[in-house]
Design a protein around this ligand. Structure first.
Ligand code: IMP
Ligand code: MG
Length: 180
């Protein structure tokens, strides 16, 4: 059976939110030494749009983290599959996530990158699901808030599907065994 998609944020909504994030980041990091660390694969689209909207120079890095467990839920057991290649020591690191849900992945990445002794480290996420948090974690930069729904589109997937959609949709599961 087909899954049902309900539009939450249009491409225009996303553009406006990314412009707002880029404005805040450009102001806060002016004259600093910013490394933007995008978390693959979900945040790739956001990172591409965000860097083009920034008014300041930036180093763009990518990191891939794999979380064990079901495809719709984080377990907090995270493995780094691809690490950043630029030393972060003494620099200003901004982790760029598609969505912060339980907060476990972002916290793991904060701890992981903090070990490299950056001058500062913060989290930017396009979407925040604060009602799902399992640990106290407040990203400094949040684009849009969502309730307790599973979302896809603009980089975010369900079993590798729907990443290419220009908008963000709530996915309502049909059929067996696909809770979340
Ligand atoms: P967390 O560790 O629970 O905060 O989850 C972080 C990661 O889980 C995100 O970077 C996403 O890759 C994935 N994720 C969490 N919620 C959703 C969702 O609603 N749609 C798609 N991916 C999600
Ligand atoms: Mg992700």
């Amino acid at each position: 059976m087909a899954d049902e998609l309900k539009l939450l944020f249009s491409a225009d909504d996303i553009r406006a939110s990314v412009a707002d994030l880029a404005g805040r980041i450009s102001a806060d990091y002016e004259g600093r030494d910013l490394i933007l660390v995008a978390v693959l694969n979900g945040a790739a689209l956001l990172a591409a749009d965000l860097v083009r909207a920034l008014a300041i120079p930036v180093t763009l890095e990518f990191l891939r983290a794999a979380s064990y467990g079901q495809s719709t839920q984080s377990t907090g057991v995270v493995q780094i599959r691809k690490d950043v290649e630029t030393p972060v020591t003494g620099r200003d690191v901004l982790i760029v996530e598609d969505i912060v849900d339980t907060g476990l992945t972002a916290q793991f990445l904060l701890d992981h990158l903090s070990a490299g002794q950056p001058r500062s480290i913060e989290v930017c996420t396009l979407l925040d699901k604060p009602s799902r948090r399992q640990i106290p974690l407040s990203p400094k930069y949040v684009g849009l808030e969502v309730g307790d729904v599973f979302v896809v589109g603009y980089g975010m997937d369900y079993n590798q599907r729907y990443r290419q959609l220009p908008g963000i949709f709530a996915l309502e599961f049909r059929g067996l065994g696909a809770g979340g």
